[in-house]
Design a protein. Structure first.
Length: 687
C-alpha cells in the first residue's frame, strides 16, 4: 500500500511539473526574434551585427529566406559569410503552395527563418492558417530564430498592421485614426506578445500612424499594446526572455499607454494625453515582457529633470507653413484680433521683400498701421532700426534666413536690444510665419531642407534662437514634403537632446498655435493636431554613432527615455504647469483611467453682449472652481468656487471683472476645475 501511495505521489509531482512546463511554454516563447526596419544591407556596415546575431542564435544552422517574389542569392550568401551552414531562398506566392506538406517539411529543417521585405498583406493573405505558418511557428517554438525586414518585420508581432487597403500615412492617420486604412491582423504568427511593429520609421515619418494604430486598437479591442517603430538600417533582436537589444544606425521607438496616459474620443475627434514613449539607440535594451527599459549603455548622458523651467517670455503665435498667402486667413486674423495693432512691426531678412509684399498688401487693405524692417548685419546696428522697434505694439516675423532673424537676440546691437526689451520686458506679442518660428526657442535646428539626407548624414545644425521660449524646440511643415520626413521628424528630438530642452512642438502646414506667457499654455487650431513632446521626466539621452560615409557626421537620431506625447485633433489647450491637454468634451468616450465625472455644454449665448451661462454636470461631489482669463492669459474673474454635489449646475457671467467693470469686446477663455479634470472653453464678448 505504501508503495502504491509513493507511486501516486511521484505521478502527481510529474503531472505538476508537466503542467508547469506547459504553462511556461505558453508564457515564455522559446525562440528568438530579430525585427529589422528595412534598408539596404551591406558587408562591413550596419547590417553585420543583427545578421550575425541571427546566425549565432540559430547555431550556425540552416537559414531559409522567405518571400513571395523571385529573389537573388545576395541575402543567403550574406548569411553564409557569417557562418550559416546553409542558406536558401524559398518562394511562397499563393495559398495553394503555402499549404503544401512539402513546404512544411522544408521549413522545419531550418534553424532560422528570414522574411524579406515587400507587402505584408501578401504574407498574411497567402500564409495565414497554412502549413507555411505552422512551419514558421515550429522553428520558433523549437528554439530557432524568426527574423524579418520591412514588411517581414510587420508580421513578427502579436498584432500586425496589414496594409490591406494601402499604406497609411501619418497625416491622414492623425486626422482620423479610426479610418478603415488602419487594419489589423491578430491571429497570424503572434510572436512578440502585445507588440505591433512598424518599419522605415523615421525615414518615412511614421510616428503619426503608429500612434494612431496604438490608439485605435485600444478602442476597438480594449487592449493596450506597444507600438514599436524600427528605423531603416536598424534592428531590435529579442531573446526568449523578452529582452531586446537595439542594433544598427538609428533608433527603436516604443509607444504605449500607461497609468499616466488618458484617452478620450467623441466620434472621430480625439485627445491623447501623455502617451509614453521610449526611444532607444544602439546598445540600449528593452524588456518587452515587463514594458520597461532593461539596460542603458555607458554612452548615454544624464538629463536633470529638476533643472529650472524657462517659461515663455511673451505671447507667441506659431504657424505651420511658409506660404504667406495662406497666413492671411484664420491664423493671422486671430492674431490681429487678439493683440494691440496700433503699430505692427513687420521684420524680415534682407532679400525677402518680394514675399513680404503679400503680407503688407493684406495689412494695408485692412487699414492697419505698420512699418517694415529688412534685417541684415547693417540694419541690426542702426539706431533708426532700434527706434522703429520701440514703437511697435506687436510684431510679425518672417523670412528664409533664420540666422539673420535670430540676430534679434543680440542685445549688443541696437535693434536686438530694442527687440528683447519690447518682446521680453514689455511682453509685446510676436507672430512667426513658418520656419521663422523655430527661432522663437532658445535654440533651433537649421539646414533641415537642404536635401533629403541632411539628418541621415549628420549635417543639420544646432543654432542659438531669439529665446522667447527658451525651453522649446519647434518644427513646422512636418508632413509637407515626403523628401524631408526624416529631417523634420528627427530635428525636433535631436534639438531637444542636444540642448536639453523640455518641450518640442510639431506643426503641420495647415495649423497654428498660440503660446500664452501668463497662462503658461499652448493652444492649437487647425485641422491637423498639434503635437507636444514633453521631456520633463527624461533622465537619459544618447545618440547614434553611425556615419554614412566620408565627410559626413553621425546620423542625427537620438535616444530619450520617458517622453510623453500630447495630441488632439480638435482645438485644445496644453498646460505647461499641469503637463496635460485640458479635456472634457461633451459625449467623450474615455480610456479606463479617465473618470467620466464631468460633462460640459457649450456656454450660451456665445457671442454675447450682456451675459452668458455655462451648464455642466457632475457625477461625483467635489470642489469646483471656474476662472475667466483674457487673451493674454491674465485672470479677470472667479465665477464659482466651492463644494458641489452631483447633478446639473450652471453659472452666469455678466462680462464684468472682479472690480465690477465691463470688459471690452474680445475673446476670453475659462477654465473649469473639477474633481476629475480641468476643462476649457471660450467666450466672445461683443459690445
Amino acid at each position: 500500500m505504501m508503495d502504491l501511495l509513493l507511486i501516486l505521489h511521484h505521478m502527481k509531482l510529474l503531472y505538476t511539473y508537466f503542467l508547469i512546463l506547459i504553462i511556461s511554454f505558453h508564457l515564455y516563447p522559446q525562440g528568438y526574434i530579430c525585427a529589422i526596419g528595412g534598408g539596404s544591407e551591406n558587408y562591413n556596415s550596419w547590417s553585420d551585427e543583427p545578421y550575425r546575431w541571427i546566425v549565432q542564435k540559430s547555431d550556425s544552422g540552416k537559414i531559409i529566406v522567405l518571400s513571395v517574389n523571385s529573389e537573388t542569392n545576395w541575402i543567403p550568401d550574406y548569411f553564409i559569410s557569417f557562418g550559416a551552414s546553409q542558406a536558401v531562398n524559398l518562394r511562397i506566392n499563393s495559398r495553394s503552395i503555402a499549404d503544401q506538406q512539402s513546404i512544411y517539411d522544408q521549413l522545419i529543417t531550418a534553424r532560422a527563418i528570414f522574411i524579406k521585405g515587400g507587402d505584408q498583406w501578401n504574407y498574411i493573405n497567402y500564409w495565414k492558417g497554412t502549413k507555411t505558418e505552422e512551419g514558421i511557428k515550429y522553428v520558433f517554438n523549437n528554439g530557432g530564430v524568426v527574423a524579418g525586414t520591412s514588411a517581414g518585420l510587420a508580421v513578427l508581432g502579436d498584432i500586425d498592421y496589414t496594409a490591406r487597403y494601402g499604406s497609411a500615412v501619418s497625416k491622414e492617420s492623425f486626422l482620423n485614426p479610426f479610418g478603415s486604412i488602419i487594419d489589423y491582423e491578430d491571429n497570424f504568427l503572434n510572436f512578440v506578445p502585445d507588440v505591433l511593429f512598424d518599419s522605415h520609421f523615421i525615414e518615412r515619418g511614421r510616428f503619426g500612424r503608429l500612434i494612431a494604430m496604438v490608439f485605435k486598437f485600444h478602442f476597438t479591442s480594449g487592449r493596450n499594446i506597444m507600438g514599436v517603430g524600427v528605423d531603416d538600417r536598424t534592428a531590435v533582436c529579442i531573446e526568449p526572455d523578452g529582452i531586446g537589444t537595439v542594433m544598427g544606425s538609428a533608433a527603436v521607438t516604443i509607444f504605449q499607454k500607461d497609468s499616466l496616459t488618458t484617452y478620450s474620443r467623441n466620434g472621430n475627434s480625439y485627445t491623447i494625453n501623455g502617451m509614453k514613449c521610449d526611444q532607444l539607440t544602439k546598445g540600449w535594451k528593452y524588456d518587452f515582457s515587463n514594458r520597461r527599459i532593461h539596460y542603458i549603455p555607458p554612452t548615454a548622458k544624464t538629463m536633470d529633470p529638476a533643472r529650472n523651467w524657462e517659461y515663455p517670455a511673451t505671447n507667441i503665435w506659431l504657424s505651420g507653413q511658409n506660404n504667406i498667402q495662406n497666413q492671411t486667413g484664420s491664423a493671422l486674423t486671430n492674431f490681429l484680433s487678439s493683440v494691440n495693432t496700433q503699430k505692427i512691426g513687420v521684420i524680415y531678412n534682407q532679400g525677402y521683400q518680394a514675399s513680404v509684399s503679400t503680407l503688407t498688401a493684406f495689412l494695408t487693405s485692412g487699414g492697419y498701421s505698420f512699418f517694415t524692417l529688412p534685417l541684415n548685419s547693417a540694419s541690426l546696428n542702426l539706431q533708426s532700426s532700434a527706434d522703429s522697434i520701440l514703437t511697435a505694439t506687436s510684431f510679425i516675423l518672417l523670412g528664409d534666413s533664420l540666422n539673420v532673424i535670430s540676430g534679434l537676440n543680440d542685445i549688443t546691437k541696437p535693434a536686438g536690444n530694442s527687440f528683447i526689451q519690447k518682446a521680453v520686458n514689455e511682453k509685446t506679442p510676436v507672430y512667426f510665419i513658418g520656419n521663422t518660428g523655430k527661432t522663437a526657442g532658445g535654440n533651433y535646428v537649421d539646414r533641415v531642407e537642404v536635401n533629403t539626407y541632411m539628418s541621415y548624414r549628420g549635417l543639420m545644425t544646432n543654432n542659438q534662437g531669439i529665446g522667447l521660449f527658451r525651453d522649446m524646440i519647434f518644427q513646422p511643415l512636418l508632413f509637407d514634403d515626403a523628401d524631408y520626413y526624416e529631417n523634420r521628424t528627427s530635428a525636433l528630438l535631436w534639438g531637444m537632446m542636444v540642448n536639453r530642452k523640455r518641450i518640442g512642438l510639431y506643426l503641420d502646414n495647415s495649423d497654428y498655435l498660440r503660446i500664452s506667457s501668463a497662462g503658461r499654455s499652448i493652444t492649437s487650431a487647425g485641422p491637423m493636431p498639434v503635437m507636444v513632446v514633453d521631456a520633463r521626466n527624461t533622465t537619459y539621452v544618447d545618440s547614434s554613432t553611425y556615419i554614412a560615409g566620408a565627410g559626413y557626421k553621425a546620423r542625427q537620431v537620438v535616444a530619450m527615455n520617458e517622453l510623453r506625447y500630447f495630441i488632439s485633433n480638435i482645438s485644445r489647450t496644453y498646460s505647461l504647469d499641469s503637463n496635460s491637454i485640458l479635456t472634457g468634451m461633451k459625449g467623450e468616450e474615455s480610456g479606463e483611467d479617465e473618470k467620466k465625472s464631468y460633462i460640459r455644454s457649450q456656454n450660451y449665448p456665445n457671442p454675447f453682449k450682456e451675459a452668458t451661462t455655462i451648464h455642466y454636470r457632475l457625477s461625483e461631489p467635489g470642489e469646483v472652481k471656474i476662472s475667466i482669463y483674457n487673451i493674454n492669459g491674465e485672470s479677470v474673474k472667479e465665477l464659482r468656487a466651492g463644494f458641489l454635489m452631483p447633478g446639473i449646475h450652471q453659472v452666469t457671467w455678466d462680462g464684468r471683472n472682479e472690480s465690477g467693470d465691463n470688459l471690452s469686446s474680445g475673446v476670453y477663455a475659462y477654465l473649469i476645475h473639477t474633481p476629475a479634470l480641468i476643462d476649457s472653453g471660450k467666450f466672445l464678448i461683443v459690445r
